[in-house]
Design a binder for this molecule. Structure first.
Ligand SMILES: Cc1cc2nc3c(=O)[nH]c(=O)nc-3n(C[C@H](O)[C@H](O)[C@H](O)COP(=O)(O)O)c2cc1C
Length: 169
């Protein structure tokens, strides 16, 4: 089917190698805006974002994850949070955060940039909050690393669809 939405869904790959080219601030704001247009239960919009382009902060964050090399290479980072004070349902608010992050990844693709959802850094989420000067009410969901892709030959696979469809009526 010829559709930019399907194209973005199927062509998006996690990009982990970036060039040195800076990302325009407007583009980071556009990605954040796309995240904020995700659906959320009761439209409560529990997500919060920290946009990072500063080298010293990037380096401190890089030290908090096994994937520090990706964080160091990414010219833009967006930390995605749930504001626990804005939450109304544990499961549904986490689902909304996932939808938000996926919207951001698709926006990154649409802008011709590359990005990856970094979750491993959550093991040091308290330290990340300390680095970013945030309180305990903000719960880190992911750091999205963004940059201009060095190449686009990443491969990924999915299991056959019939392994996921458990019943049809
Ligand atoms: C919850 C979650 C956490 C992830 N954490 C990391 C991570 O810490 N480091 C990383 O390189 N990729 C991470 N990824 C990206 C996955 O490895 C990637 O989406 C998966 O291998 C499929 O590849 P694709 O995105 O190119 O289709 C994460 C993805 C999700 C959804």
């Amino acid at each position: 089917m010829d559709s930019p939405v399907f194209d973005a869904i199927y062509n998006r790959r996690s990009i982990r190698e970036f060039t040195d080219q800076e990302i325009a601030k407007d583009q980071l704001l556009e990605i954040t805006k796309a995240g904020s247009w995700a659906p959320s239960g009761l439209n409560n919009q529990p997500w919060r974002f920290v946009i990072i382009q500063e080298d010293s902060i990037r380096e401190k964050l890089a030290e908090q994850t096994h994937y520090g090399h990706i964080v160091r290479a990414a010219k833009g980072l967006i930390a995605v949070y749930l504001d626990t004070n804005a939450m109304y349902d544990e499961v549904k608010d986490h689902q909304a955060a996932g939808a938000c992050i996926q919207n951001m990844l698709l926006a990154i693709e649409a802008l011709g940039l590359g990005g990856v959802w970094l979750g491993q850094i959550l093991k040091n989420k308290a330290k990340v909050n300390e680095i970013l000067g945030l309180g305990k009410e903000l719960d880190l969901m992911a750091v999205v690393a963004i940059g201009h892709p060095q190449h686009r030959n990443q491969k990924s696979q999915r299991k056959p669809l019939n392994e996921f469809i458990i019943k049809e009526f």
